[in-house]
Design a binder for this molecule. Structure first.
Ligand code: ZN
Length: 74
């Protein structure tokens, strides 16, 4: 299951050397953005699932950890 804002690792790194991509669009087509150079790639969902290696950071996890951090600060 993928969500907008998830950071994913692809099987092949981008030409710029970076291998962290942010999911910026989900639908019949997926759009991912290279976190280093900002290059955007669009591909079909089937293609994306073939090329993705793993989810590095779930957008949901980021939100939860931020909330925990805020609570801790208080
Ligand atoms: Zn790149």
């Amino acid at each position: 299951m993928y969500n907008l804002g998830d950071i994913v690792l692809m099987k092949k790194p981008h030409a710029c050397g970076e291998n962290n991509w942010e999911i910026i669009r989900i639908g019949a087509d997926f759009k991912i953005k290279c976190l280093k150079c900002g290059h955007i790639v669009m591909m079909s969902r089937a293609d994306f699932e073939k090329k993705v290696k793993s989810i590095k950071t779930k957008a949901v996890d980021v939100k939860e950890s931020t909330e925990n951090y805020v609570k801790f600060e208080k």
